[in-house]
Design a protein around this ligand. Structure first.
Ligand code: GLV
Ligand code: MG
Length: 346
């Protein structure tokens, strides 16, 4: 293990990220009542130019009127891109007026680290001026060729960064991929044409302590296609996936919750290795397979995720069997400003 380590970002449960257009405030209450771990109120691509200002007003009201934290949701606002004239007002108006109710700003189409720096600088000033008591996180969409080309540098751009989302629709457009369905597979390609991009982004995320989140699957009448895409992402290390329709939320929660058999095996791996360690051995056998310290690290990831899900408090106003479904394990952001800096282990 290197002596240089980037600590994990502020923890949040992000199995499902429900997209809610800011222009449709009637959907805010439904999002609050649903099972999504994370809700993002959208000011960007789901909102037509003529509705942008009204959507901003709706989002501010939605943050102030609804108690998202009491319902154990992470609430985020997707602002417009840095290259639009909407973006500065999105950040200034939303954070000045409702920043004390906001967990995360989601920045689309990030291309270079300076895009993140701009948002960080604005948040830092507004938090100080408005005495916002917590640190608002930043999450970014990697969805352009430029963003993917710079993904490792972007991952280190700010200590507010918590996660990156792979925006497959805009990415397809940006690289001129031959595709017709958002997040679906092109049968002309032998395998998953998003694989290389997904791997590059998750590697950048994990190197610098961030979570990786998979983006949309457009055909909401195709639950099997959604599940398959989510499973491919989960297999690579992604922690969650967008839901562009409420029906996709339970599917994402299901796929990104470790299945009982996987959890059981992870626990048995840890027990077997504990026993081996007591007997002075580093490796062991379980069910006819060799396991060692790397197996323990993999198992620990599964056990930790299951524990985070279990320890999240159930929504007091939701259905009782929701005991295992949850949101942010901890309400506070990480301290500190500026770029992400590594720690050096002695
Ligand atoms: C999301 O914004 C996407 O472009 O996929
Ligand atoms: Mg997009």
């Amino acid at each position: 293990m290197s002596l240089t380590r980037y600590e994990p970002a502020h923890p949040r449960l992000q199995r499902s990220e429900l997209a809610v257009p800011g222009s449709q405030p009637a959907l805010f209450q439904k999002a609050l009542d649903g099972e999504a771990d994370y809700v993002f109120l959208d000011l960007e691509d789901a909102v037509a130019p003529a509705d942008k200002e009204q959507a901003r007003t709706n989002v501010i009201a939605g943050l102030l009127q609804h108690d998202w934290k009491a319902r154990h949701k992470t609430v985020s606002v997707r602002v417009n891109g840095i290259d639009t004239h909407y973006m500065y007002r999105d950040v200034v108006d939303v954070v000045e007026q409702a920043g004390h109710r906001l967990d995360v700003v989601l920045v689309p189409k990030v291309g270079v680290p300076a895009d993140v720096y701009l948002v960080d600088a604005l948040l830092t000033q507004i938090e100080a001026a408005r005495r916002i008591p917590h640190r608002i996180g930043i999450e970014v969409l990697i969805e352009t060729a430029l963003g993917m080309a710079n993904v490792e540098a972007i991952a280190q751009a700010s200590r507010r960064l918590e996660a990156m989302h792979f925006g497959v629709a805009d990415f397809a457009a940006s690289v001129h991929a031959r595709t017709v369905s958002i997040g679906g597979l092109n049968p002309d390609y032998p395998g998953d044409q998003w694989h290389a991009a997904l791997v590059r982004m998750v590697t950048a995320c994990r190197a610098y302590g961030l979570r990786a989140i998979d983006g949309p699957y457009g055909d909401f009448k195709d639950p099997d296609g959604f599940r398959a895409a989510a499973r491919r992402a989960a297999a690579l290390g992604y922690e969650g996936k967008w839901a562009i329709h409420p029906s996709q939320v339970p599917l994402a929660n299901e796929v990104f919750t470790p299945p009982p058999a996987e959890l059981e095996r992870a626990r048995r791996i840890l027990l077997a290795l504990d026993e081996a360690a007591r007997a002075g051995r580093g490796a062991a056998q379980l069910d006819g397979r060799m396991i060692d310290a790397a197996s323990a690290r993999m198992a620990q990831n599964i056990v930790a995720m299951a524990a985070a899900i279990r320890s999240s408090p159930p929504d007091p106003l939701s259905v009782p069997e929701r005991g295992d479904v949850a949101s942010s394990p901890s309400p506070e952001g990480r301290g500190g400003q500026g770029v992400r800096t590594p720690t050096t282990r002695a």
